[in-house]
Design a protein around this ligand. Structure first.
Ligand code: ADP
Length: 932
């Protein structure tokens, strides 16, 4: 620039300063310059100098175009030209200026300058807008970026207004929600067609959608997981939703909200799957009875995963598993064992052979004691670099194996022992098929029990029980045992010999060689059973002695009880009277015989009594005995006869006898044993009963004799007085001198008869007294019974006839037996007495008497058809001073001494006297005297 011009410019500046223009120009923060028509700066304020970083001197006169960005030249020059030509203003022209800081944007406003109406340049104010420009640029760029992002991002974005209306959404949102933008626009969160649920499946109402919550709270909501139902796909999509509220500056209530939604359906499904998988894995790991540890091998072995079973089986806590070393130490307490096992395991593992990587039945000890056995196995997963260690507790199996081993030995031993036991057992053992009952096996005792010689015989024969039991019953019991278990019962069986016996049988189901069988064991209980029954009868007999009042009843009961064991149809108990040698039956029931008393001598019962031992004989033997003269036949012949003595201490007091007239087999040795068994008790019972009866009798007798004494005295005075009166009375009458001869003779007769009678009475009394005093001796001599009988007949015949009675001497002895050695006076006295009584007590009819020889006795009888004697007096009439009917004695004169004297005489002679009678019909008096 020319110096002059410069000087002019500076001068100009000085003037402007003086005018204060410069000051004003510097007060604004803008760049202010003036440019002449050539385009050179004529004025620059301080801001302009700073902007271009030069002094005024340097910058004045320079062309503004020198600082202009070439890219902006065209539009700048066009504006300047327009201004210079039309005088219009330049407004907000932006161009780039070269500054030491680089190109900067400046926004210009300029006005043309005129001097004297002539355009001389323009004045321009400029503002550095570089920052705005830059900001604007970056904003544009970011907006572009944002838009692209919005369009392309995989998350969906929805913009909603404060009332929930969607007004914008990106393509992702369209895709995710299956709705076009148009469909989305205008929809609100409150639209009932939304079906939103939580992860738990609960419905989320419209006003609780994340966007609505963000609007309500003004806070960011989320991310939350929500499911939204897509009707087109008929499924829920799962979204991760974050809603962000938007605020206008200065407002605290959001005016918009945008929600970012991420489709996590697949992720969620995968997660679910994974979770399931994991759950499954954990369950398997924990529930399997196997211990599992997963180890990584590189770089150092390390436990990655371990289940509870693993620690439990080894009895470890998880901490002790941090290293393999600590595992070994914790698992195996014994160092020696541990090292041995470890080297074995390691060498197996090194081999890489999976077959070798298993170690069965390793003992685990605690305090030196084996507490369990484990089986371990390693599974290498080489690709994954993993080693899976598994372990199982095999204690139970191991123990079972050991037990099995032990029990096998034992079983063999047992089997041997059982076999011996089976063979040698005294108990009968039979093994049956459980269904058919067939005999599979039996021991020796088993077949011998039934009388067989071998198992085969047993199998081939029926041995299945004796009445009341049958083979069907037996089979039923076998099947019952198989169904319900052990059966125990009593059973009656029969041997091949025909002998029956009782068994106690136990049927037990057993398994032999895997086949179910029935084991039948039995023992012979015949003896026990018999004993039991016998004991029972004994008891009953003993009991009977206490409850029955007389011997007859007692014997009836004994018979009754016995009938349960043996046939007692013909049963009697005969009692022996040592003094008379007679046997008598206080009670008898016999089909055929009806004998109540007989001489023991030469009778079967007598034999039993005499020998003091049981006799069990059959018809043939009895006949032999009779033939040999050892016994005489009394009563009917039977088929079998059994008699057992009754003992009282050493003395035999009688016998129990049973006999059968039809069946020779009616009794056997067992029957004998039974009778022998009870005989003692029967003796006792009889004895007791006798004592009791004796006592009663003694008492009765004491009372009776008192009564008898007075009766006797009264009677006696009558008996003596009557003939005495007769004698005295008629003796006095005889003194009358006026008596005719006939009268005298009659009176003498009366006196004579009365004298006889008196003599008789006195004789009787004397006899009784002598008997009582033991003064009577036997006067034995030979005499003839038939003669005596005839004498008695002749003696009484006239008297009988006189009373209208028929007297018969019906039976006499054969001649050879008629002579007897006896006391004939006494025999005569007895006979006379009996015939005399018969006449006396027989109002009409007949009297018959005689004698027979029976065995070693003569048996006399006197039978009448008189008044008879009541049963209760039949015994008493043989007592002294007893008359059959005391009340009626006046009718039949007598003092009641005759029979007692007769009895005394008969007994002295070694015989017996008794009576059979029926009141109203008559009586038979019997008496015996021995032949020798
Ligand atoms: P008595 O002197 O009374 O006949 P006995 O001793 O001879 O005395 O007889 C006793 C009793 O026996 C008699 O009183 C009578 O009641 C009875 N008696 C004896 N013999 C018979 C008979 N044949 N018929 C009926 N009763 C008789």
């Amino acid at each position: 620039m020319a110096e002059k011009a410069k000087r002019d410019l500076l001068e100009e500046l000085r003037k402007l300063k003086e005018e204060g223009y410069d000051t004003i120009a510097n007060l604004t923060g803008d760049i202010i310059v003036r440019v002449d028509e050539e385009g050179c700066w004529t004025y620059l304020n301080d801001t302009a100098c700073e902007f271009w970083d030069g002094s005024r001197e340097e910058l004045l006169g320079r062309s503004f175009a020198d600082y202009l960005h070439p890219g902006d030249m065209e539009k700048t020059f066009a504006s300047v030209l327009k201004t210079s030509q039309s005088g219009s203003l330049i407004k907000d022209l932006v161009n780039r200026q070269k500054t030491p800081l680089g190109w900067r944007f400046v926004q210009w406003n300029a006005t043309p300058l005129y001097r004297d109406g002539k355009y001389i340049g323009f004045q321009s104010t400029g503002r550095d807008i570089t920052r705005y420009k830059q900001m604007e640029e970056s904003l544009r760029e970011s907006e572009e970026k944002h838009r692209r992002l919005f369009e392309t991002m995989s998350q969906g974005v929805l913009y909603q207004l404060a009332d929930g209306h969607i007004f914008s959404a990106n393509p992702a949102a369209e895709r995710i929600l299956g709705l076009s933008l148009d469909q989305l626009k205008g929809k609100t969160s409150m639209d009932p067609r939304w079906k939103m649920i939580t992860e738990e499946g609960e419905r989320v109402p419209g006003d609780e959608h994340p966007a609505m919550l963000a609007l309500k709270t003004g806070e960011i909501v989320g991310p939350v997981t929500r499911g939204v139902f897509i009707p087109e796909r008929n499924e829920y999509v799962w979204l991760s939703v974050t809603a962000t509220p938007l605020f206008l500056p200065g407002e605290d209530k959001p005016y918009q909200v945008y929600a970012v939604i991420d489709d996590i359906t697949a992720k969620k499904r995968n997660e679910e799957k994974l979770r399931k998988q994991q759950r499954l894995t954990t369950t398997i790991l924990e529930k399997l009875p196997i211990g599992i540890a997963v180890n990584t091998m590189e770089p150092m072995p390390k436990v990655e995963l371990i289940n509870d079973n693993f620690t439990r089986i080894y009895d470890l806590n998880k901490d002790s598993l941090s290293t393999t070393v600590s595992f070994w130490e914790a698992a195996y307490e014994d160092e020696h064992f541990r090292e041995k096992l470890k080297s074995r395991v390691f060498s197996d593992m090194e081999s890489g052979d999976p077959e070798r990587m298993q170690w069965p039945d390793i003992p685990i000890t605690k305090n030196g004691k084996i507490v369990r056995y484990v089986s371990a196995r390693n599974i290498p997963l080489e690709e994954e670099g993993l080693m899976i260690s598994t372990v199982m507790d095999v204690t139970k199996r191991k123990q079972a194996e050991e037990e099995l081993l032990k029990s096998k030995d034992k079983a063999e031993e047992l089997q041997l022992r059982f076999k011996t036991l089976f063979e040698k057992s005294p108990v009968s053992i039979i093994i049956h098929d459980k269904d058919s009952g067939e005999v599979i096996d039996a021991n020796q005792a088993g077949f011998i029990a039934y009388g067989f010689n071998s198992l085969e015989e047993l199998q081939a024969n029926n041995f299945w029980g004796e009445s009341p039991y049958s083979a069907t019953d037996a089979l039923n019991l076998i099947r019952k045992a198989s169904r319900e278990g052990t059966q125990v019962f009593e059973w009656k069986s029969i041997k091949t010999s025909g002998e029956t016996f009782w068994e106690l049988v136990t049927l037990t189901p057993i398994t032999i060689d895997n086949v179910e069988r029935i084991l039948a064991t039995s023992i012979d209980i015949t003896r026990q059973k018999q004993k039991e029954q016998w004991e029972k009868i004994l008891y009953e007999i003993a009991n009977a002695t206490f409850v029955t009042s007389d011997l007859e009843e007692l014997i009836a009961q004994i018979k009754e009880h016995l009938s349960g064991l043996i046939n007692t149809s013909n049963f009697y108990i005969a009692l022996y009277d040592k003094d008379s040698g007679m046997l008598s039956i206080p009670y008898e029931h016999d089909e055929k015989d009806n004998i109540y008393s007989w001489l023991a001598d030469k009778s079967m019962t007598g034999l039993v009594v005499k020998e003091g031992k049981a006799w069990f004989i059959h018809k043939r033997e009895i006949e032999e005995l009779v033939q040999s003269g050892k016994i005489d036949m009394i009563g009917n012949m039977c088929e079998v006869w059994l008699g057992v003595p009754l003992f009282m201490g050493q003395e035999v007091i009688g016998a129990i006898v049973v006999q059968d007239y039809h069946d020779p087999q009616a009794y056997n040795t067992e029957s004998r044993e039974i009778l022998e068994f009870i005989s003692n008790q029967v003796s006792l019972a009889i004895q007791r009963q006798r004592i009791f009866e004796d006592l009663v009798k003694a008492k009765d007798k004491a009372q009776e004799s008192d009564r008898l004494k007075s009766a006797f005295l009264a009677n006696m005075s009558h008996e003596i007085r009557t003939p005495m009166n007769g004698i005295m009375g008629f003796a006095e009458l005889l003194q009358d001198p006026n008596l005719s001869d006939e009268q005298q003779r009659k009176y003498f007769q009366v006196i004579e008869r009365s004298g006889d009678r008196l003599l008789n009475v006195i004789d009787d009394i004397v006899d009784v007294s002598r008997i009582e005093a033991g003064l009577i001796d036997l006067n034995l001599a030979g005499s003839n019974i038939n003669d005596q009988l005839e004498y008695v007949y002749n003696f009484f015949e006239p008297e009988a006839k006189g009373r209208g009675l028929k007297l018969d001497l019906s039976v006499k002895l054969p001649h050879k037996w008629a002579n007897v050695y006896t006391d004939r006076e006494k025999l005569f006295a007895v006979l006379t007495n009996l015939v005399k009584n018969a006449i006396k007590y027989t109002p009409r009819g007949r009297i018959e008497f005689g004698c027979r020889k029976e065995g070693s006795f003569y048996k006399f009888f006197v039978r009448d058809t008189g008044i008879g004697i009541p049963g209760d007096r039949r015994q008493a009439i043989f007592d002294r001073f007893v008359q059959a009917d005391i009340e009626d004695k006046q009718a039949m004169q007598g003092v009641g001494l005759g029979l007692s004297i007769s009895k005394a005489y008969v007994e002295m002679l070694g015989g017996q006297i008794w009576v059979e009678s029926e009141p109203g019909k008559g009586s038979v008096f019997y008496f015996t005297i021995p032949v020798h």
